[in-house]
Design a protein around this ligand. Structure first.
Ligand code: GLU
Length: 395
């Protein structure tokens, strides 16, 4: 018999669609996949070489639970250089991807019944992670351009509020929060004494000349209530390597370290040595990927917005476009009615052989998420197929 904890949990919809696409491809289907948030770039040579060197040097044994010293130092240097925020190595915990880092953070701060605010649309795993940590997710809608709605956030505060998870640049919307709104949120966290878990994993992918702001850099009191989560998956095209980390106030960092000591221990040792190289010498790669992704953002935003019956907000960062497809709900095609975003995505998968994520998974039922870390050739082909499939509706 399974535990209530597991019975109350939904498996990850992003990972489920990823697996479904893999099976369809194995069966010989020509699927174009805009469903998963994974850069199409290959991890830079310098990082792959550093990993090979680490393997040959025998860096294959256990490491300290929270990570090898040089990587923790490189992370502190990065946080100072890029985010103007000071951390000591003992405030850092390297985890198996930013996903584990978010989960560690929640486990460290949540008591049963504690409320954690999540601005929606939000990434699929936050809500389930909060539940797993014994907390209660409090979903608060963002405004019409997916920015934080401070009025609604204030209204959702109770004496049980323990924290908020923010994700900027945002998955799935691509929205980026500016300094003023982060400062307002930071001051609210200080006033009402709750934590901000700031997932910054898309930090390097911010467009139109804007810069990322790390909430922990906005004042000493705010720093004490911030847990910064980041990782190398998106910035250095290292999704499969699983390198994430938390930077946290000392008592929280200590709690996270204790938790991880019973869960996974250290993340893969030789990968950590390769990650040092990525953080120290990866700037050129980051700039190349950024330039290419901004070009794709422009193309995808314009092309999706021009699709019949579909509108979207211009995303300022990350590599997703969130499109409103609700004008298709209730429409009939081939004897089937499109009831919701799941039906809409299933139709496109069957008819156009293009996989995209239903917004339902992100608590945004009128929408779909189109991930564009794909070659321009695939983007053109995939969006062309979508157009053809949608033109059949005559909207
Ligand atoms: N975060 C990525 C996405 O949203 C990867 C899959 C996952 O871990 O959810 O597509």
């Amino acid at each position: 018999m399974l535990s209530q904890r597991i019975l109350n949990m939904e498996p990850s919809a992003t990972n489920a669609l990823f697996d479904r696409v893999a099976k369809l491809r194995e069966a010989g289907e020509d699927i174009i996949s805009f469903n998963v948030g994974e850069p199409d770039f290959i991890t830079p040579d310098i990082v792959r070489d550093a990993c090979k060197e680490a393997l040959d040097a025998g860096k294959t044994k256990y490491a300290p639970v929270t990570g090898v010293g040089p990587l923790k130092e490189a992370i502190c240097e990065k946080l100072w250089r890029d985010n103007q925020v000071h951390y000591d190595p003992d405030q850092i915990c390297i985890s198996t991807g930013a996903k584990q880092a978010v989960f560690n953070s929640l486990m460290a701060i949540c008591d049963p019944g504690d409320e954690i605010i999540v601005p929606t649309p939000c990434w699929v795993s936050y809500v389930e992670m909060i539940k797993l940590a014994g907390g209660i997710p409090v979903l608060v809608e963002t405004d019409e351009v997916f920015q934080l709605d401070m009025k609604k956030i204030k209204e959702s505060l109770t004496d049980k509020t323990k924290g908020i998870i923010i994700d900027t640049p945002n998955n799935p919307t691509g929205a980026c929060y500016n300094r003023e709104s982060l400062l307002e949120l930071g001051n609210l966290a200080v006033e009402h004494d709750f934590y901000i878990i700031a997932d910054e994993v898309y930090e390097t992918l911010i467009y139109d000349g804007n810069v990322h702001v790390c909430v922990a850099s906005l004042g000493e009191d705010i720093y004490e209530r911030s847990i910064v989560v980041n990782g190398l998956s998106k910035s250095h095209a290292m999704t499969g390597w699983r390198v994430g980390y938390t930077a946290a106030p000392k008592p929280v960092a200590k709690g996270i370290a204790a938790l991880q000591s019973h869960m996974t221990s250290n993340s893969t040792t030789f990968v950590q040595w390769a990650a040092v190289e990525a953080l120290k010498n990866g700037a050129e790669f980051i700039a190349q990927m950024h330039e290419e992704f901004e070009r794709r953002r422009n193309y995808v935003y314009e092309t999706v917005n021009a699709l019949p019956g579909i509108t979207c907000v211009k995303p300022g960062g990350a590599f997703y476009v969130m499109a409103d497809v609700s004008s298709y709900f209730g429409k009939e095609i081939d004897g089937n009615v499109i009831k919701d975003s799941v039906d809409f995505c299933n139709y496109l998968l069957n008819e156009a052989k293009v996989a995209i994520m239903p917004g339902k998974a992100f608590w945004a039922p009128d929408t779909v998420r189109i991930a564009y870390p794909e070659s321009m050739e695939n983007l053109q082909e995939g969006l062309g197929r979508i157009r053809k499939a949608l033109e059949r509706f005559g909207i």
